[in-house]
Structure formats: C-alpha cells, structure tokens
Design a protein around this ligand. Structure first.
Ligand SMILES: [Zn+2]
Length: 438
C-alpha cells in the first residue's frame, strides 16, 4: 500500500502551510496556516479580525481544505509544527470542519488558545499538548513523533508520521543551530536513526549558499550595537518578531547590563510572552513592565520623566501601520530627541507591502534624526548548506520541497540532484496535486 500525500496549502506559494498524509484510510493534517500577505492585504491588519472562513478561502488566505472534502471523515488529527501564524493561524477558522483533536507542543497550543480567547472563537477540537521529543498514537495505524528542532520561535518540532508503509518527516521551518539561546539543539540523534521514506522540507533559503548563523550570533550582534554604542542619555527602542522569545530574552539580558528597565509595548508582545509563561519557558513578566494595549501606550510614554532609563521593546518591526512603533513615529506617542535609537532586530519579510511600510517608517525616523540600526538579526531558516547536512543526516528516499516560490523549490531540487538523488525522487508539487509514494 502506498502513502498518499496531499498538498493543500503552501505549494508554489509562501504561506498557508498545510498538507495531508493518508495511509489505510487514515489521515493526518500537518499545519494549517494563514497566507499572511493575502490576509494583511485584505484585512489591513496583521492581527485577527472577524472574518468568515468562506471569505478567507475565496481570497486564498487560508488553505483550501475543500480539496479533501471527500475524505474529511478520515482525518484523525491536526498536528502543528510551531507557533508561527503561517503554520497555526488558520486553525481558528478551519478546525471545526474536522472532528479530531489538534496536537502541538505546549507553547504552540498556548499561542493557539490565546488567539481563540482574543477573538472569542469557539473551537470544538480538543487541544492536546505534547512535549518536544515525544511520540503518540493518533489512530489505529498511525503514530506521530515530535522531534525537537531549532527555529525562531520556541518548541518548534519536525513531525514524523509513522505508518505501516514508512515514515514521512515533515520539517517545515527549522535551522540547524548548535548554540541556541533558548531550548535545545535539533535532535540529530533521532533524525539519524530514523528510516525516512519522504522528507517534506522548507526551501525558503535553499538558494543561499551559506550556513544560517546561530541565534547566539544574533545575540552578539545586539550586544555589539547596544553595548558598543554610546547610549548615554538616549532613548532606545528595539523591535523584533513577538513570537521570537529567544531574541526578546537576549534583549532583556542586555538591558540589565545597561542598567535599564525593560518595557514591552504592544498586545502581540504580551500575548506571546504570556504563552511562553504558560508553557513554562520564560518569566518575562518578572523582568519587564508590560503595557498591553495601544490605548494605554501614549499615556504611559508621556508620563515618563526619564525615558532614557528604559529600554522599550515594541511591536511593528515590518513598519505595520497599526503597530506601536508606527504609532510612536506618526501619531506623536513619543517625542524623539536627536540621537535616540531604533533597532530593527529582524529582516524585512520580502513582500512589497513590508518594503513600502518600512521605507516610509525609516524616512520618518531619519527626519527626526533618530539613529537606525537595521538587520540586527539571524534568520530562523536553514540555508543551502544546512539543507545538505540535513539530507546527509536523514537520508530520505524522497524529497518534497515546500514553503517557497517555484524558483526556491527548484533550488532544493538542484541541491538534491547535486547530492546524487534521481530527479524522480524529488517532487515539485502544487496545491491539490496528490502523489502516492510506494
Ligand atoms: Zn516558522
């Protein structure tokens, strides 16, 4: 009996990750994410707004699960690899269509719960937490294993789906970081000992002939900027991805060395910090003051006598118009003085809307004579040479590149062929184009 693989979202496009694995009339869905660009373009917000799943399907912002309508009743589980919205963000809209539980690591489930609470969405699926490096049964014949992997959000896992006919390894978003600053290294031992029939692998940077630097390097870059620059008497704002708890932890540690009090400004920062506390990963509420709502931020900042004694962590690293950093710059939430600092501990997500927003924001900051520090960052995604190491370690029989434009999918195919793979063993798929693997 072959294993059937049904790509649902994220093939030949970046976003709305979702794929179904079927064996013996039992199905497991891996990830159910948002297509953030389409979502933001439509809603004009990077946060959740009330929308029907029908409308979101129409605009392609969520995976087209109608592709598996005929086998809907065979779905035994939805398993989520990590807490990023392009992997978990469609569950609030689509989960109820399936009568099965949602499985994830504690942090991922806590983030999902926070979204559901915020948006008052009633999800009927049972939410089940599993530790990293654990294995559990989801149906009569299928077992799932969560294998710890390093990435830019905590408790990311590669998902191994063990069937009678072989194992499918879903490695969608990871890097091979040997010096992580939060959590453990990728579980190389387990990856090496498994027999993998098919590896479904993120190819976002498969074209980049490099090794992605460790998170500890990003921490050093931050130290270099913050401890190596004269910050005396200057207000400091740092912005990064709210779900990147390792980075935020580094920012807090450096602020201690600067003898500054850390203040988080923005709802999404507080949401991920709370999820991290619930999952027992961090205790940011003991180390930082948290101002959750943007309605309180203006008042908070205007009452501060000595802003230069703080270090502000703010939302809005992509220049999103509704985020705190934009409000600070455009709406007069804070009066910058020449020489104040804004540090972008992130890269621009390469879609036109973000380039536009950031450009506008940086121009406004320059007019205020604020010092800008860009790209103080290391990516959470593996590059070409990491992928080579990964394939050498795992030795999958088949490779399915995912999470990339057609050029990136091709880059991964080139790498596999360079490594000696027969081209029939590398499958470039599009949504709805299922394959059978013997
Ligand atoms: Zn991710």
């Amino acid at each position: 009996m072959p294993i059937e693989i049904i790509p649902i979202g994220g093939y030949s496009e970046v976003g709305r990750n979702c794929i179904a694995i079927r064996a013996d009339n039992e199905v497991v869905i891996l990830d159910m994410g948002l297509h953030l660009e389409r979502y933001i373009n439509y809603t004009d917000s990077d946060d959740f707004v009330e929308l029907s799943s029908k409308k979101l399907l129409e605009i392609g912002a969520i995976p087209d699960v109608t592709l598996i309508d005929d086998i809907k009743d065979e779905v035994k589980a939805i398993c989520v690899s990590h807490a990023h919205l392009d992997h978990v963000g469609a569950i609030p809209f689509l989960g109820n269509r399936f009568k099965c539980p949602v499985h994830g690591t504690p942090f991922t489930i806590e983030v999902l719960k926070a979204i559901l609470r915020d948006e008052k969405i009633d999800l009927r699926n049972e939410l089940i937490e599993h530790k990293v490096n654990s294995r559990f049964k989801i149906s009569k014949n299928i077992e799932v294993e969560f294998i710890n992997a390093t990435h830019s959000t905590p408790q990311t896992v590669m998902i191994a789906v063990h069937t009678k006919y072989g194992t499918v390894l879903y490695a969608n978003d990871f890097k091979l970081d040997n010096h992580p600053t939060l959590g453990q290294k990728t579980n190389y031992k387990r990856l090496k000992e498994m027999n993998v029939k098919v590896a479904i692998t993120n190819c976002l940077y498969a074209h980049n002939p490099a090794r992605t630097p460790s998170e500890s390097i990003a921490k050093k870059m931050l130290e270099d900027v913050l401890l190596g620059t004269n910050t005396e008497g200057k207000s400091i704002f740092v912005t990064t991805f709210s779900s990147h708890l390792a980075r935020i932890k580094a920012i807090i540690q450096i602020a201690k060395k600067l003898n500054r009090k850390v203040v988080f400004l923005g709802r999404s920062l507080s949401k991920y910090a709370d999820a991290g506390e619930e999952a027992g990963i961090v205790k940011f509420s003991k180390e930082a003051e948290i101002v959750r709502y943007s309605s309180k931020v203006r008042g908070f900042l205007s009452h501060l006598k000595h802003p230069e004694k703080n270090l502000f962590v703010v939302t809005g690293n992509q220049g999103e118009p509704k985020a705190i950093l934009s409000k600070i710059v455009y709406n007069g939430f804070f009066k910058f003085k020449p020489g104040d600092m804004v540090i972008f501990s992130c890269q621009i997500i390469p879609v036109p809307i973000h380039f536009e927003n950031r450009d506008k924001l940086e121009t406004a900051l320059k007019q205020k004579h604020v010092r800008i520090f860009r790209d103080v960052h290391s990516s959470g995604h593996a590059s070409r040479e990491d992928h080579r190491d990964f394939f050498e370690l795992v030795k999958p029989e088949h490779i399915i590149p995912t999470h990339g434009s057609i050029e990136r999918l091709d880059s991964m195919r080139d790498l596999a062929i360079e490594m000696g793979y027969d081209e029939h063993k590398v499958h470039i798929l599009s949504n709805g184009q299922n394959i059978f693997v013997e």
